[in-house]
Ligand binder design. Structure first.
Ligand SMILES: [Zn+2]
Length: 329
């Protein structure tokens, strides 16, 4: 047992080193801050992906718990350069008010002095104005106390259209339409830096446009939904309904087979169940994707980290225990 604990200690030390060391100039680093859905799950926080490239720290979606996961990764909230939202469902934005309210505070994680930059689909301005209104009185009081500076109480919201939406210091972000049934528009994002590309596609089923914009990425962060085979047999209408707007394991396999990323990682993982039929296991998910896709993929977990550079895509050592840890100071 002691030996095992020592081994865990080594793993955690490695993780801590990875978490705190800045990515080198030519490396893009991707951290899955949250891999969950609206369904409450203590191990899978709301969907959010951090991309660090050069001087830029970009956040893609800001689901439940995003500020906590940034704290665990030892990325000060004030360092987030911009936030990109793919669609306006709650699971993509419930972490935003926390991020907005906590980033300016006089703490180690805070002291933001500038407005938050927020990109998203039509309606993103409502989100920004709503959050500002929600905290109007607390901002007034905190400014009186000198705890918050006025510029940090604003959110610069920018409506996304397909095409290049952000270009700064060698980092380019492009948006493209993906397919999520009645929820429109819904955007995927392609991030390019140093000759490498990451594609993030939340909440989508197969679409030709998605594949066209995802070709030959170094890393593809892909959503997936699964009802177990037992659930598919017992409730085909229920299962086929959500497979109509979320990629099943087979549909995700088709997307990846055509997009051909060097490595794929699944995040935003929907595990459907019914009161009498438990949700599919991660093993069933893996087996069904493997049957549809011969390439390399990983089932993502919160705080998994990947480095992308000329040497390829590397996954940092990972233990689920890291999710329960306060970061080392
Ligand atoms: Zn979602």
């Amino acid at each position: 047992m002691q030996k095992m604990l020592r081994k865990c200690g080594v793993i955690l030390a490695l993780l801590s080193a990875v978490g705190s060391a800045p990515a080198s100039a030519e490396t893009m680093r991707v951290t899955l801050l949250g891999t969950g859905t609206p369904i409450l799950n203590i191990n899978r926080f709301g969907i959010s992906v951090l991309v660090e490239a050069g001087t830029q720290k970009l956040l893609f979606d800001a689901g439940r718990g995003v500020a906590m996961r940034l704290h665990q990764r030892q990325v000060p909230l004030r360092d987030i350069s911009a936030v990109f939202i793919s669609l306006l469902n709650s699971d993509h934005i419930t972490g935003l008010p926390d991020l907005y309210a906590t980033a300016p505070l006089p703490t180690d994680d805070g002291r933001l002095k500038t407005p938050m930059t927020l990109f998203g689909p039509d309606g993103i301005d409502n989100v920004a104005r709503g959050i500002e209104l929600m905290f109007k009185d607390q901002n007034r009081m905190r400014m009186l106390e000198g705890e918050v500076v006025e510029p940090a109480t604003h959110i610069h919201a920018k409506r996304v259209e397909p095409g290049i939406v952000y270009e700064k210091e060698g980092v380019r972000v492009s948006a493209f339409l993906i397919e999520h049934g009645h929820v429109k528009p819904d955007f995927g994002y392609r991030i390019e830096y140093g000759g490498h590309a990451i594609v993030i596609t939340d909440d989508t089923t197969y679409s030709e446009n998605l594949v066209a914009h995802s070709k030959h990425a170094d890393l593809m962060v892909q959503s997936v939904a699964i009802g177990s085979r037992a659930l598919e047999r017992a409730a085909p209408d229920y299962v086929n309904h959500f497979y109509g707007y979320l990629a099943s394991p087979e549909s995700a396999g088709r997307i990846l087979s055509e997009a051909k990323p060097k490595l794929a990682v699944f995040a935003h993982i929907s595990l459907y169940s019914r009161s009498d039929i438990p949700r599919a296991t991660v093993d069933e998910l893996r087996e069904r994707v493997q049957a549809a896709y011969p390439g390399n993929f990983v089932i993502g977990e919160d705080l998994m980290t990947f480095d992308i550079n000329d040497h390829g895509v590397t996954r940092a050592p990972y233990s689920p225990e890291v999710r329960q840890q306060e970061p080392r100071t």
